[in-house]
Design a protein around this ligand. Sequence first.
Ligand code: SAM
Length: 341
Amino acid sequence: MLPPTTDPSLLYRLRDGIAAVDAVAAAIVHLDLFTSLVREPADVAGVARRFALHPRPTDVLCTLLAAQGLLHRDATGGLEVTPTAREFLVAGSPFDARAYYAAMRDRPGVADFLEVLRRGRPANWPGEEGEADWHAAMRSEAFAEAFTAAMDCRGHVLAPAVAAAVDLSAAARVLDVGGGSGVYSIGLADSFSRLRATVLEAPPVDAIARRTIHAAGLDSRIDVVAADMFAAAWPAGHDVHLFSNVLHDWDEPDCRRLLARAAAALPPGGRILIHDMLLDDGKDGPLWAAEYSVLLSTVTQGRLYSAAEIGGWLGELGFEIVARSPTALGRSILTATRGRS
Ligand SMILES: C[S@@+](CC[C@H](N)C(=O)[O-])C[C@H]1O[C@@H](n2cnc3c(N)ncnc32)[C@H](O)[C@@H]1O
């Protein structure tokens, strides 16, 4: 599988960031967050309590505003309003620009993000009548086809970069958890000639994976297992578990459940690979990731995480992150193995 010859970062970045401006408008117009924080400082949990918001999207919003230079997270987690935000987004300032955003008040995206902030649940994913969120919509064949095509085309950029970033020449078999079309298993099988793989997918995406793997001529090296990754026993005999763009769909307790299942199933010396866009450990950037996290929090039950957050969960399972490499499109891959103690 060859990487593209030109850089599509702008195209992916524009789409990943599409919900971020509406989130900023919600903070300015509906919450008047900056005026509130100047009058009474708070941390993320305090903001959530003050406005009766759900902690997950509140964290996403504060990360975005920090990445944009409108808030500064201090060492204790307190949120400071930066000089720019003080001058332009706080009542009483001669340059108060809140009126410039007021006309955005009724945009559907602003209303959606407010709903997510208040309920902690995804607003409607456009395109599927009656489906309340992305997870439910994925059970419909038409939506699953369209969404998996989106993941697959992105995978054509990312999978060669993943295969270049990790050395699986000594690995036997990868379990590609929530592997979508199978594009990452295909990329890895292409690069490592002895490697076998299994895509673990929920119906109806398993059928799409079988079709894609067949078209790539790799049926003999890549299996597909249709199962619910939270409920079913995971297929045995895999020494590498790959989570590519999976954790960001789930809230922290579900991410921990998935990683615990991997830790329990892997043999000694087994590896967990986490491929995703990562937040900085200080949760104040990178801006692309902070923007994408808003989109994810709006349509899934998840958000983006930092390597420190993921490393903390892995640490409790006896694993530690031993390598981190960039892949493409602002994404990275983490490798975790069992710690020595
Ligand atoms: C964001 S996509 C990522 C797909 C692919 N790994 C990639 O990197 O493009 C998440 C995948 O998780 C799968 N998934 C969601 N819930 C699942 C479940 N309970 N069991 C198995 N797979 C699931 C979805 O069908 C979807 O293909």
